[in-house]
Design a protein around this ligand. Structure first.
Ligand code: ADP
Ligand code: MG
Length: 340
């Protein structure tokens, strides 16, 4: 018998792709905060995220009548037509994260938009289907996710230790914090302060945050770069060959502010290091590629960490050439024998 699945089940299935672990929940919620124009984002986590994930932002907020919509599948304020998809400037656009998270947790959403006299809340003790209740909250949004996967025991069992899950969360927050130096961040785990970043104005603030996230050693053994060519800009920091890693654990690569894991880009960077680094080692970098949004497709995968370039060869060549030349310039000059 063929049946149409109920919404909750559809959302739970989608949750398998969008939010496979607590760190993915944090990433999705924080991306929403950034899309809402937040300048300050506080993240509170308990027990590696399986007990509680709470994100509080000072963004645009959600109006009372749109609260239920925010939790509805395929409901988004970010795109309206196919054309928009061709040049998405927001981190989200699928309208899948909140309904997916809602379907596998106990969720509470509190928000206050600029025009509202006070905040409104849904979920929590009450039902998300129920009416919104008045609440106290400054302009912005707080989302509380409790007991993640409580109703999907197979998924819950798949969670690793508290320490491992938190490490993933911290990694996710690190990636996001390095994508927006102008935003202030706080991360707490079991009430312990892990990160506290003020919005970084200027180079000094950026370096302080980079030091906190990537470590003193990376800072000491890396060089800044900023190259524009072929209508693209590549900037950031590249670890010196002497900072070779045995794991690919310090590789941050952003395309238009979105962290990506792109095979081709990773390959280009590895190749740039090939003459100066042993093939069993991995280069370290924090790099930002700015490119015409129309030249890149982000709608490839639900987690949106894969991208497709209209002209992949050009991107590959820029990355390879810029980093290769940088490394060459840094190498001690070979001895030349000049004729007098
Ligand atoms: P998407 O981000 O793909 O649009 P989501 O399910 O993540 O889908 O969010 C649905 C909608 O809820 C968003 O389009 C946005 O309008 C609203 N929303 C979610 N989180 C926030 C937030 N922190 N601040 C303001 N609006 C939000
Ligand atoms: Mg989203």
């Amino acid at each position: 018998m063929i049946r149409i699945l109920p919404d909750v089940l559809v959302n739970q299935i989608a949750a398998g792709e969008v939010v496979e672990r607590p760190a993915a929940v944090v990433k999705e919620l924080v991306e929403n905060s950034l899309d809402a124009g937040a300048r300050s984002i506080e993240i509170e986590v308990e027990q590696g995220g399986s007990a509680l994930i709470r994100i509080r932002d000072d963004g645009r907020g959600i109006s009372r009548d749109e609260l239920p919509l925010a939790l509805t599948r395929h409901a988004t304020s970010k795109i309206a037509e196919l054309d928009d998809l061709e040049r998405v400037a927001t981190l989200g656009f699928r309208g899948e994260a909140l309904p997916s998270i809602l379907s596998v947790s106990r969720l509470k959403l509190v928000s206050r938009s600029a025009e509202a006299a006070h905040a409104w809340e849904i979920g929590g003790a009450g039902d998300v289907e129920g009416a919104a209740r008045p609440a106290a909250h400054p302009q912005g949004t707080s989302i509380e996710v409790r007991d993640l996967f409580f109703n999907t025991p197979a998924r819950r069992k798949f969670l690793k230790s508290e320490a491992t899950e938190f490490r993933q969360i911290q990694q996710a927050v690190s990636r996001l914090a390095l994508s927006r130096f102008d935003v202030g961040w706080a991360l707490r785990h079991n009430k312990r302060r892990v990160y506290e970043f003020v919005p970084a104005a200027g180079e000094e603030g950026r370096l302080a945050r980079l030091r906190e996230i990537c470590g003193e050693e990376f800072l000491a053994q890396s060089v800044a770069m900023d190259e524009s060519r072929l209508g693209m800009r590549l900037h950031g920091w590249v670890g010196l060959p002497s900072f070779a890693r045995t794991q690919a654990d310090l590789q941050y690569l952003y395309v238009n502010g979105r962290l990506v894991r792109d095979r081709l880009m990773g390959f280009a960077l590895r190749r740039a290091f090939a003459d100066v680094m042993h093939s069993t080692h991995y280069p370290a970098y924090v790099l930002y590629l700015e490119i015409d949004p129309a030249a890149v497709d982000v709608n490839v995968h639900p987690q949106k960490t894969e991208v497709r370039f209209r002209d992949a060869t050009r991107v590959h060549d820029l990355l390879f050439a810029a980093v290769h030349q940088l490394l060459r310039r840094l190498r001690p000059e070979p001895e030349h024998h000049h004729q007098v």
